[in-house]
Structures are given as structure tokens and as C-alpha cells.
Design a protein around this ligand. Structure first.
Ligand SMILES: C[S@@+](CC[C@H](N)C(=O)[O-])C[C@H]1O[C@@H](n2cnc3c(N)ncnc32)[C@H](O)[C@@H]1O
Length: 393
């Protein structure tokens, strides 16, 4: 593909990303993958270049752009060599018109930038939300250790003993250690959230929003396969990924339960007052994961944010009923918005006066409200809020 044709391809993809953001359609990575599947003439270098253009344009446009072309023109203001690609050639974009609309640059839509600022997220921290994420792994102590694991490259040691960092895009899935279940891909922030849960051998632990089980597997390792570990979620498709992953990781014996949204206790009621630790890795806006999914900033609305907050309140209440005296609830969101972190946790404590905040001691992060905030800028992790509450005996 010529450079101009790559720019036109990025414009077409961005049009679809913008449509999807407005209509709750597919995420950008799926749209890019579809494009690659349907345009086999594009070689690996073309695909990489087009992908890079798409993500760079998403990163620099604050508000949802009118069109993919307006987004690419905004990128061309920063990288002027791109302007030459608007050459009217056969597969390239039309020449730039004199009065053409250019998307406005910024970090996120205005209301969201303001909400982040009100949540104490400084300008530099907001910019870092749109940086490039490295690739972190967790050494699975059910199968290996830092001493025994053999990796084709040396990783950067991180703040937890079993965590290593590699450059973004490292193909760890092709490594024998990955295929053998000795390592898992997991952002250090997620690993720290599991550290805050401090699941111990012999305990009964519930991963309430387990998804495909990223954190469940870390909990299983921390429990050394002793005790009872239950993983629940409302999403059957994600839940189905858990058991094969668990098998690969040597994490036998995980119980899985499929929940009905709003009626979780119908399936979890038998655990009432039985559980030592409930991890509530709650659904959220994902402002802390924009490094991986920058278009999420265009998809969020104030209404959706309120829905997340309501669901987080509800899940905290469900979790609290299941915990036995002396047990704990660990509340985690991958967001830097107070509305999805400190405010929810505070509301929980106010509404449940027997519970006490127990701020986790972690090697990274800063206190925010009665929990810990991790951020790409300060900690090099995805953005997270992590809080722990205990029910005294
Ligand atoms: C942040 S993700 C969890 C990620 C997962 N813990 C991990 O480490 O990979 C939130 C999950 O909550 C699930 N969820 C949504 N509503 C729920 C509900 N009412 N009860 C339990 N899980 C729910 C979603 O399906 C999603 O998988």
C-alpha cells in the first residue's frame, strides 16, 4: 500500500470507530481486525502502519470527531508529513480543502476531562492515560517461580516479586512458558488488586465479577489450591474462557457460577455469611485502561457513568451479605473517576455502619479517599481504585 492508501484506510476505519462509539458498536481493535481480514492485500507492515494511524488519531482527538477524515486531519496538524498523503491519488484521500473541518485536539470529551480534573487527576496524569501500555506478566507460582521459569528475554523486575515487564507488543503468547501455563499476561495494577485481596490457603474466596478469570487465576495461585474459590459473572461467553485457562494454569477446583443481573443472590445465596473474601472487580467506565482502549473515552456518557455507579453500589451490597464476620470485601475499578471509586466505597461504608475501611498496604499507589489509586503516570500501571473493607467479628 502507498502511504496515501494507508491514510485512506485509517480514515475508513475511523469512520466505523466513530459510528461504533455513538451506537455502542464494536471496539476499535475488532474493527481493525475486520478490516485486515477483508483486505488481504494489506501486508503486515501495512496493517501495523494503519493501526498506528488509527490509534494515534483516536489519542489526539478529545471530542468525538465528526468524521474519520477530520480526525486524520487533526493528526496531520501534529505530524505534517501526513499532509502530503492527502494527494488525491487513486487509493489516497482527496486533497485538503481550504475550509475543511479538522477535529479538535484534546484528551477526552470536555465533560469527562472535567470529571477527571474534579477527581484530582492532574493534566500530566490525564495525558499519561493515553500513553502506550507495556506488557506485564505474572509468573504463575502454581507451576513455576522466578528462579525456575525460563523466558527468551529478560523482563524488567517490578514492585511485586512475580511480576515482570516487557515492551508493548512482545509476543509472549508464543513462548513455551506461556503455553505451559507458567506465565500469565496481567497488568501490574491487576496483580496489585489481587495482592490487596490477600487470598490465603484454606479460605473461601469469591471472585464476584470474574470475567474470563484473569484475577481468579492470581487468587488461585495465592491460595496454593487450598480452600474454596468460586468465580461468578453474568457473562456466559467470558465465563467459558475461564476453565480452559485454569486448566492451563494448573488451577484445579475453581467453582463457576453464572449470575442473572440484579438477581445474583438467587445463585449465590447459599454463601451468605460464609465467605472470607469477596473480590468485587466491578464493571466500570475503564478510564484507567485508555492506554489499551483509547476510544473508550468517546463511548462514555454521563448516563452510562451513572449506570456503572449504580451497579457498583449494588454489587458491593451483594458482596457484603456473603462475607462472614472477620471477612473482607475488596472493591476494585479500573477507573480514575471518584464517582466509580472513592465515592462508591464511601457510600458503602455510610450505608453499612458495621463495616470498616482497611486501606491496603501496597508497594505502589497513593491514597485516594479510603482506598488506593494507581495511575499510569505515577505507577506505570493501568489506572485503578482499590479499597478493602472488613466486617469485624
Ligand atoms: C472489570 S470486568 C472483570 C474482569 C475480570 N475480573 C478480570 O480480572 O479479568 C467486570 C465484569 O463484571 C461482570 N458483571 C457485570 N454485571 C455483573 C453482575 N451483576 N454480577 C456479576 N458480574 C457482573 C462483567 O460481565 C465483567 O466480566
Amino acid at each position: 500500500m502507498t502511504p496515501a492508501a494507508r491514510v485512506q484506510a485509517a480514515i475508513d476505519i475511523l469512520d466505523r470507530v466513530i459510528d461504533a462509539a455513538r451506537s455502542e458498536g464494536a471496539p476499535a481493535d475488532r474493527i481493525i481486525a475486520d478490516w485486515a481480514r477483508n483486505n488481504r492485500y494489506a501486508g503486515s507492515k501495512d496493517r501495523r502502519a494503519v493501526r498506528e494511524l488509527v490509534y494515534s488519531a483516536i489519542r489526539i482527538c478529545g471530542e468525538v470527531p465528526e468524521t474519520g477524515r477530520a480526525a486524520l486531519l487533526a493528526l496531520a496538524e501534529e505530524d505534517t508529513s501526513l499532509r502530503e498523503c492527502f494527494d488525491g491519488s487513486q487509493y489516497g484521500p482527496e486533497r485538503i480543502g481550504e475550509e475543511e473541518g479538522v477535529a479538535s485536539r484534546g484528551i477526552a470529551p470536555g465533560w469527562l476531562t472535567e470529571a477527571l480534573a474534579h477527581s484530582g487527576v492532574s493534566h500530566e496524569e490525564r495525558e499519561a492515560l493515553l500513553g502506550r501500555a507495556p506488557l506485564d506478566i505474572r509468573i504463575n507460582t502454581l507451576k513455576a517461580s522466578t528462579e525456575t521459569v525460563e523466558l527468551p528475554q529478560d523482563g524488567e523486575p517490578l514492585a511485586l516479586p512475580n511480576a515482570l515487564r516487557f515492551a508493548s507488543g512482545t509476543q509472549v503468547e508464543q513462548w513455551p512458558a506461556y503455553r505451559d501455563g507458567k506465565i500469565e499476561v496481567q497488568d501490574l495494577g491487576s496483580q496489585l488488586a489481587c495482592r490487596a485481596a490477600d487470598a490465603r490457603p484454606g479460605e473461601t474466596v469469591l471472585d464476584l465479577c470474574a470475567g474470563a478469570g484473569g484475577k481468579t487465576l492470581a487468587l488461585a495461585a495465592s491460595m496454593e489450591l487450598r480452600g474454596r474459590l468460586i468465580a461468578s459473572d453474568t457473562d456466559l461467553r467470558r465465563g467459558r474462557q475461564l476453565l480452559p485457562r485454569a486448566e492451563r494454569a494448573g488451577a484445579a477446583g475453581i467453582e463457576t457460577r453464572l449470575l442473572d443481573p440484579g438477581r445474583e443472590l438467587e445463585v449465590l445465596g447459599d454463601l451468605t455469611g460464609q465467605v472470607d473474601c469477596v473480590l468485587v472487580d466491578a464493571p466500570c467506565s475503564g478510564t484507567g485502561t485508555w492506554r489499551r482502549k483509547p476510544e473508550a473515552k468517546w463511548r462514555l456518557t454521563p448516563h452510562a457513568l451513572q449506570r456503572y455507579a449504580d451497579l457498583q453500589d449494588h454489587l458491593l451490597d451483594v458482596a457484603a451479605r456473603l462475607v462472614k464476620p472477620g471477612g473482607r470485601v475488596v472493591f476494585v475499578t479500573c477507573s480514575l473517576l471518584d464517582a466509580e471509586g472513592p465515592d462508591r466505597f464511601e457510600a458503602f461504608l455510610v450505608g453499612n455502619s458495621r463495616w470498616e475501611a482497611d486501606i491496603p498496604e501496597l508497594p505502589l499507589g497513593r491514597q485516594r479517599g479510603k482506598g488506593i489509586r494507581l495511575s499510569p503516570f505515577h505507577d506505570g500501571t493501568d489506572g485503578f481504585f482499590i479499597a478493602r473493607a472488613v466486617l469485624p467479628c
